[in-house]
Design a protein around this ligand. Structure first.
Ligand SMILES: [Fe+2]
Length: 391
């Protein structure tokens, strides 16, 4: 039995016969065609480049957002699998504000936990920078994650009800390169475990996550911005292949690397072969790595969305009352902090009403802001919501 996916006849399980370097080369020999990316500025080293200003302007026009989502999703799936939005943050003081929050978190963790180990070298890392930043500085969090380009990119790959997680990575001068790999889910399993999953699970893995990286410092090539192999996400057996020495050598010979500026954002398919570069400069290379999960997938980190919701709610409400925040930003922040998906739940205590899906925390937060609930009321409703979803 075989099926036609990505234009290839595929078996039920991958074996060593599927690890054809020749086939990989054919896949990676493709060239990104600017004609297919009407809203892009150009192609650099097979990476599609957008300008944040142009995308933001266009988003106000009717139908423009769905056109943008179509184009970005197409780039991630059928194109090179990676795009960069230059100037995604036009005002880099927003980035600097968040960098200061991150640095304070690192300092606090160093004094409370000691030097925290990292899995690839001489770095500083904040696990769950998402929740930590929200609780430490909710105003900065709203400005930073209220960026509409983040939600458009997330929706282009994952549809609604996505779940954001993030980790900060500060690679110090001398920090070493990673070996090429694919990312979460199957990219984090050994080749032996990955081989136990049927082929359709290999293909599915990449559709459950979107990888992003927000540049918090300028990243000239000598500072080692991430190396990518465009189109490599289209190689069906890539979750096994990246473990192989000949595929790693091919990556080394054909990788793309472009300098980034503070405020640029990269999005890529988690199945794209990539590796952080060596930092040969004398400056830190700081990125906030965002990993956005489908409503249908398990995120890599546990997030306490309830405390995040409670933290941002009074600030959002205040901004709404003062009319200093757009409905779009409010919607994006609600999507960023609150549960948007009804499941898993306890259907005995949380039955669907007027449809097939029980109410979500996102819906509750929209209602709370419309009706100007007090924080106390929101807290008690959230507490009920959490309670009724428990087994
Ligand atoms: Fe990675």
């Amino acid at each position: 039995m075989s099926s036609l996916i990505f234009g290839s006849q595929l078996p039920q399980y991958f074996s060593s016969e599927d690890l054809s370097l020749e086939h990989f080369q054919t896949v990676c020999d493709q060239h990104a065609d600017l004609e297919l990316y009407r809203l892009a500025e150009g192609i650099e080293h097979n990476i599609v480049i957008y300008q944040g200003d142009r995308l933001r302007e266009g988003m106000d026009e009717a139908g423009a957002e769905s056109e943008l989502k179509t184009e970005l999703g197409n780039c991630l799936r059928d194109g090179p699998g990676i795009f960069v939005i230059r100037g995604a943050y036009p005002d880099t003081t927003v980035i600097d504000g968040m960098t200061a929050v991150f640095m304070q978190i690192i300092e606090d963790e160093k004094s409370s936990l000691g030097e925290v180990g990292d899995h690839f070298g001489d770095n500083e890392r904040i696990w769950n920078s998402y929740q930590k930043a929200c609780l430490a500085a909710p105003e900065v969090f709203i400005e930073y994650y209220g960026n509409p380009l983040l939600s458009v990119a997330a929706q282009s790959w994952l549809g609604p009800h996505y779940q954001i997680t993030a980790q900060v990575n500060n690679v110090k001068p001398g920090g070493k390169a990673q070996s090429p790999h694919r990312d979460y889910h199957l990219g984090f399993q050994s080749a032996k475990v990955a081989a136990k999953f049927p082929v359709h699970a290999h293909l599915m893995s990449q559709f459950l996550t979107l990888q992003g990286s927000i540049a918090h410092s300028d990243m000239p090539v000598e500072s080692g911005p991430t190396l990518f192999l465009p189109f490599s996400h289209q190689f069906p057996a890539g979750y096994l292949a990246f473990h192989e020495a000949d595929f790693a050598a091919f990556f080394d010979d054909h990788k793309s690397q472009i300098p980034l500026n503070k405020g640029d954002v990269v999005f890529l398919s988690p199945a794209l072969f990539h590796a952080a570069g060596t930092n040969l400069s004398d400056k830190d290379r700081i990125a906030n790595l965002i990993q956005i999960s489908s409503a249908f997938g398990r995120p890599m980190e546990s997030i306490n969305r309830r405390v995040m919701t409670e933290k941002v709610y009074p600030i959002l409400l205040d901004k709404i009352k003062q009319d200093v925040i757009s409905p779009r930003t409010v919607g994006d922040i609600i999507a960023a902090v609150a549960d948007g998906y009804s499941f898993p739940t306890n259907l005995d205590s949380d039955p669907p009403i007027g449809g097939n899906v029980p109410a979500t925390a996102q819906r509750m937060m929209h209602q709370a802001l419309q009706e100007h609930w007090t924080l106390e009321r929101l807290k008690s409703e959230l507490s009920l919501y959490v309670e009724k979803r428990k087994a």
